[in-house]
Design a protein around this ligand. Sequence first.
Ligand code: TYC
Length: 114
Amino acid sequence: MLQVPIKMTQKKDDDGGDPSLLVETRPRTQRPPLYKVLLLNDDYTPMEFVVHVLERFFGMTHGQSVEIMLTVHKKGVAVVGVFSHEIAETKVGQVMDFARRHQHPLQCTMEKEE
Ligand code: TYC
């Protein structure tokens, strides 16, 4: 069983002993936080460019990419994937860099999934 130090307010046996020796006995399941990667609509980025981005960086088929691109176009935003923090950051960086290099104002962001 994983034993982790706990705060004084949570410990089971406050007998004035050495707090560094207190351990948690209740198992706590830990999951790493996940992050949604969002694509935002704008009036200038060509639809074909967005479709290409979704195929290239998110491994979508052409059909899936067209569908998601149209969702962003109509609704303003869509989740294009859910990843660990490191992978999400990499995807956002790749999309923003690719859009900037092609002089399109396409915006891609990430937010913690609650
Ligand atoms: N609204 C853009 C157009 O009409 C297309 C577009 C779709 C742009 C999705 C950005 O994330 C986006 N050319």
